[in-house]
Design a protein around this ligand. Sequence first.
Ligand SMILES: Cc1cc2nc3c(=O)[nH]c(=O)nc-3n(C[C@H](O)[C@H](O)[C@H](O)COP(=O)(O)O)c2cc1C
Ligand code: SF4
Ligand code: SF4
Length: 272
Amino acid sequence: MGTEIYYFSGSGNSLHVARELQKRIPKAKLIPIVSLLNNENIKTSADTVGFVFPIHLAMIPRPVMEFLPKLNLNSAEYIFAAVTRIGTRHRAFKDLEKILKKKGKGLDAFFNLNMASNDPKSKEFKAATADQIAEIELEVQNKLDYIQDIVINKKIVLQKDTKFTVAIPGFSVLSPFLPFFNKMFNYDFYADSKCTGCRTCEKVCLSGKIKMIDAKPVWQKDVKCFFCYACLNYCPEKAVQIKSSRFFKVYTEENERYSHPYANADDIAGQK
Ligand SMILES: Cc1cc2nc3c(=O)[nH]c(=O)nc-3n(C[C@H](O)[C@H](O)[C@H](O)COP(=O)(O)O)c2cc1C
Ligand code: SF4
Ligand code: SF4
């Protein structure tokens, strides 16, 4: 029966974790969530099922939320999730439990992995340096050894939260409203004058929102964004920007970009 690991990743952090788990868990198969989004009924054939994805706005990302209700988990005897984040609290554990409960299932193991930020919007953002990436990787590898032992031996371990490195002020008050904010969120992307028309952003866009028109990327208004930030982080010219709004100043023009050192644009696009 084996293991199936369903993953979603915008800049390679979760992809790295998924690939490392595949190496460590015998007969594990990696399945990109984005590739299944157009299927209405998706059936797992594994007895162990894992989910690996990043935290977006303290929640499960949009495409993963779309995918989970469609997944038939009848064959699953052991279910685990490993989420990557920069370190805030989040509601992914609770939300995942709620979805699984509707299918008569529950989480057997849940882990958080703190990794580098792939969100260059804020003034505070600093792309992780090589030293920081090496330090993070050391912790990630230790955690993966731990996860391997738990999953292979089908132990029950629910690490709802580990170390918070970044706190969201007033999180518990805001938490119930986050799904509403998420639905409302929409950023205005554009390509600045540095754009060479190389098409990388169109290639990596996981929702198909970007179309090249007259050799320039255009973000289609009627296509949902997955907020994966692959377009921002993989543009070789750092030409993809988000417009500031009246309420929210964005610093993408000033900031560097981040993508995981072991994941390139082809790896990200390969999820489609
Ligand atoms: C739109 C967006 C929102 C994010 N929100 C959070 C958050 O609420 N808490 C957190 O710890 N990290 C947050 N992050 C950081 C990512 O979860 C983290 O960098 C993750 O490891 C990225 O994984 P990926 O490369 O697989 O997409 C956010 C990133 C993005 C792009
Ligand atoms: S990836 Fe950057 S340079 Fe290439 S088309 Fe998109 S915006 Fe232009
Ligand atoms: S527009 Fe950018 S952030 Fe939105 S889905 Fe496409 S690549 Fe991801």
